[in-house]
Design a protein around this ligand. Structure first.
Ligand code: THU
Length: 137
């Protein structure tokens, strides 16, 4: 299914977290999305002094991939090195990710303490009644 392992995808997310621009929260996040052809698209959170304009790492990775021509992603990893415990994608990102991922797609997230959570998009975003409206991909 996946061209690289979830371990390798998580390492890409960890690297991406090092690029985070998070001077306000001091909470770095990195995300790595695996495209159908095996390409990995990374992203980090990019904050703004107008706080509401901050973009999360997950959506940053997603727009990276879509902007490179990918329309479907088969796995996601998220790294939050500044938290001891794993931190999953926020609600807004779950909605946006579900536009381009199937419910069965694996998701791994982990913090700085070594613990990791393995789940799926469908578990993170259940009862996705609008999934069938995800047209154009
Ligand atoms: N953040 C993400 O990038 N992804 C998440 O799933 C949770 C939150 C960012 C937004 C903000 O820059 C910082 O983490 C603290 O909320």
């Amino acid at each position: 299914m996946t061209a690289i392992t979830m371990d390798a995808l998580f390492e890409e997310a960890q690297k991406a977290a090092s690029f985070a621009y998070a001077p306000y929260s001091r909470f770095r996040v990195g995300a790595a999305l695996l495209g159908e052809d095996g390409t990995v698209y990374t992203g980090c959170n990019v904050e703004n002094r107008s706080f509401g304009l901050t973009i999360c790492a997950e959506r940053s990775a997603l727009v990276h991939g879509v902007g490179r021509g990918s329309r479907s992603f088969v796995a996601l990893a998220v790294a939050t090195p500044d938290s001891e415990r794993p931190v999953g994608p926020c609600g807004a990102c779950r909605q946006v990710l579900s536009e381009f991922m199937e419910p069965e797609a694996p998701v791994r997230f982990g913090g700085g303490g070594g613990e990791q959570v393995d789940t799926t998009i469908g578990i993170l975003y259940p009862y996705d009644s609008l999934h069938d409206l995800s047209l154009g991909r």
